[in-house]
Design a protein. Sequence first.
Length: 273
Amino acid sequence: MGERDRKRKNVDDSKAFEDDDPLALCLSPPSRRPNPLTPHPPLSPPSPGPPQHSFPPPPPPLPPLLLPDFISVPSSAASAPSAAAAAAANPPARPLRARRNPSKAPRGAHKSDTVAPPFSWATDLRATVHSLNHLLSQNITNITGEAQCKRCEASQVISYDLVSKFNEVAAFIRARKHWMHDRAPAEWMTPAFPDCRSCGQPNCMRPVVAAKKRSINWLFMLLGQTLGCCTLDQLKYFCKHTKNHRTGAKDRVLYLTYLALCKQLHPAGPFER
């Protein structure tokens, strides 16, 4: 191949390159001219879908709410809290209630501390008896009381020797006080009674307790150790008017009643709590 044929071939190759893409850079000429771009096929229409529900149009927006201007408050009034707010924040202190002392008897306007003595061995004070020395000085050596049979309901008067019966009660307290623990023992809670002379039934002559508390024969039941026949309310009556603690169970109030009556008879005896 001569020099002229080589130049002609180069010129033809350069023209083919320029016709193809003048901006492209390549090291070797393309072997053949690329095919023109083929147009894309037309898009098919979308297939009909399920029917769409129509919604109502949204409501129009509400007009802006116009609020009136607030009344201006002075700075001094705004800084100081109102009286109602101060009272709510600092409620008044609850008044202290005086503690009730159950050992002190309430003094009612309609009740007097003194009554007519129901017995010769009782004083004019409620639930109070004379001392042993005073009774002996007045030649009162026997204490009587009424009892009724629980079986035949026969009534009779029972008499106790003052000194001997009181010594029995005092000896019982002196011997057992250390383990009583301020509680009445079973012998006082369920006392033994004398036998009935009418029907012969043993342990059935129960002392008759007066309906009026101020007329109860306290000394008679002390000497017979039958104070357990009294109700809790009657025992509390005694403790109230003798300035003793009257709250608690019956065994506790009964124990205090025994000690208080013994203390009235013999103030110097070992009958402190």
